[in-house]
Design a protein around this ligand. Structure first.
Ligand SMILES: [Mn+2]
Length: 425
């Protein structure tokens, strides 16, 4: 067993308080200081600028594969929809159909169908070329990709109607969903060369904690659709072609978001902006669309992709997964596969697969535990590093999850340009 993967060796961390206690213990320099743990504790974290070392992460075994893995949040609720600058709290099926890209009827019926039945439903799509016409697609620009305006519009509507409740002891993380996915996947990075995950967190005195991208991170903006590699670009844009093929949207094709409010625990809430690929009118659920070359579970990278998709769909309300399988050479769509989240989990976290001896075997439960650990640690580090004497203004921090999975915080002198600060609250 590698040093990076201890199994349940440290005491269970019940809550953030224990994490702090543990950090404090580590920093204690003399036995004397245990006499006044409260004051010293705070001081010690401040002195060190604060970090949560990896060994404080307690997790289940990587070979533990229950029928259904853990949920990320205690509760999750869809609170609105957003498209083109407009927020709507109406989440009725009718409104979803008018705002979201809608799944083609035949594809919306795939769940639970036999091989013969589903073959018939897929016929009209199979054989389409996903590599033709790629020049019509454009990636979302960086600003839109990261914008928390949809979340802020929701909070503003709550605030104006007097229903926004946020006690001072609680933090509410406000973020685009992809940051939470990146944080959760930061544990499974043994094959990445540039594997520091960084994020800018801006604290507001009303308890909102705004997450935004760190434009100084070296890996920023180079992956996927922003890649300069033409083959990689082709592969990424074929995902858009697949979306176009099996969905239709009223009016202009613009990104549409589901806004969710989730509760991690007593101390941490979240308001997340989740971009939705498709709404399934037959099932009244969302579908996350992916387009891959033929998936082989013997390939660890493929398991990792599915873990990421599984994690991503756990951060929004009721979503299944539809995967377009394309020929990597000519971009021909060969198959369309539908999975529930549990069904997908069973594909890559399966006892019949040879365990992968790195990256925690891409274990879903550990991914959930890690995501929770990171979010709690981040909030705790923010709480102890915020200067309560600073007047109402925003305070920004850089959080780093390093290659060894330690989480550290650094206070920034000013809030980076581009961080959207709400003015209504
Ligand atoms: Mn997608």
């Amino acid at each position: 067993m590698s040093l990076k993967e201890p199994v349940n060796s440290c005491a269970t961390i019940d809550n953030i308080d224990n994490v702090v206690k543990n950090i404090a213990k580590l920093n204690l320099k003399s036995p004397k200081s245990t006499k006044k743990p409260k004051n010293k504790r705070k001081k010690n974290i401040d002195n060190k600028n604060g970090s949560v070392p990896y060994h404080l992460f307690s997790h289940s075994s990587k070979t533990y594969l229950p029928k259904t893995p853990k949920e990320i949040f205690e509760s999750i609720e869809e609170v609105g929809l957003y498209k083109n600058g407009k927020f709507a709290c109406d989440i009725s099926p009718e409104n979803k159909s008018s705002i979201m890209p809608v799944l083609e009827h035949n594809v919306s019926l795939l769940a639970g169908k036999s091989i013969t039945e589903s073959k018939e439903l897929k016929t009209k799509f199979i054989g389409s070329n996903l590599y033709s016409n790629l020049e019509i697609y454009k990636a979302m620009d960086d600003k839109d990709l990261d914008s928390i305006e949809p979340c802020l519009k929701y909070i503003e509507s709550q605030f104006k109607s007097g229903t926004w409740s946020n006690t001072t002891s609680k933090l509410t993380i406000v973020s685009a969903r992809h940051h939470i996915v990146d944080i959760g996947m930061s544990l499974f990075n043994s094959n990445d060369k540039n594997s520091d995950t960084t994020i800018i967190c801006t604290y507001l005195s009303n308890g909102l904690l705004l997450f935004s991208r760190d434009s100084h991170n070296k890996s920023f903006g180079k992956s996927g659709i922003h890649s300069t590699n033409p083959i990689l670009k082709k592969i990424c844009f074929s995902g858009f072609a697949f979306e176009d093929l099996i969905t239709s949207q009223d009016g202009a094709k613009d990104p549409a978001f589901s806004i969710i409010r989730a509760r991690l625990d007593d101390d941490v809430n979240l308001v997340l902006r989740c971009e939705m690929d498709a709404y399934n009118t037959s099932e009244d659920i969302y579908s996350e669309l992916k387009c891959y070359a033929n998936l082989k579970m013997g390939n660890p990278q493929h398991r990792k992709k599915l873990l990421k998709t599984w994690l991503q769909t756990g951060l929004c309300k009721n979503s299944d997964i539809i995967i377009g399988i394309r020929d990597p050479c000519d971009g021909i769509l060969n198959d369309i596969q539908q999975y529930s989240r549990t069904g997908l989990y069973g594909k890559f976290n399966n006892r019949n697969l040879t365990p992968y001896n790195k990256d925690f075997n891409y274990n879903s439960n550990i991914a959930v535990e890690w995501t929770q650990h990171c979010l709690r640690s981040i909030c705790q580090l923010i709480t102890v590093n915020v200067n309560p004497n600073e007047d109402e203004g925003p305070q920004s921090f850089k959080i780093k999850i390093d290659i060894r999975h330690n989480i550290s915080i650094k206070k920034l002198n000013s809030t980076p340009a581009g961080v959207e600060i709400p003015h209504f609250i």
